[in-house]
Write a new protein. Structure first.
Length: 100
């Protein structure tokens, strides 16, 4: 994940099943109930958020890339991080590559 003007861009060596996500751009999309920022892809179909629980009073342990917001059971990728202020700039992301 790298900074792009007023948002973020996902890039890297992705598995074949998730290759379409490469170079996806995300813009700020407000904040979750837990106060962490939420980003939405330019296409409007993917969220990047800190969770798994996003309600007020909960702290997260991961940044999630998911088509649904704050649904801990459904995601495309995640990075372990207790920092809720922004996704890690360069870190290992674990992707769901079961369909490769």
């Amino acid at each position: 994940v790298s900074a792009v003007e007023s948002g973020l861009r996902l890039s890297g060596d992705l598995c074949e099943g998730q290759a379409a996500l490469n170079d996806t751009k995300f813009a700020p999309h407000g904040a979750a109930g837990n106060g962490a920022p939420v980003f939405l892809s330019e296409e409007g179909d993917l969220y990047l958020y800190h969770g798994p629980k996003c309600e007020a009073g909960h702290s997260g342990i991961r940044w999630y890339l998911s088509p649904t917001l704050c649904n801990p059971g459904y995601y495309l990728a995640y990075a372990v991080s207790e920092d809720p202020t922004r996704p890690p700039a360069s870190d290992k992301w674990y992707m769901d590559c079961r369909n490769d």
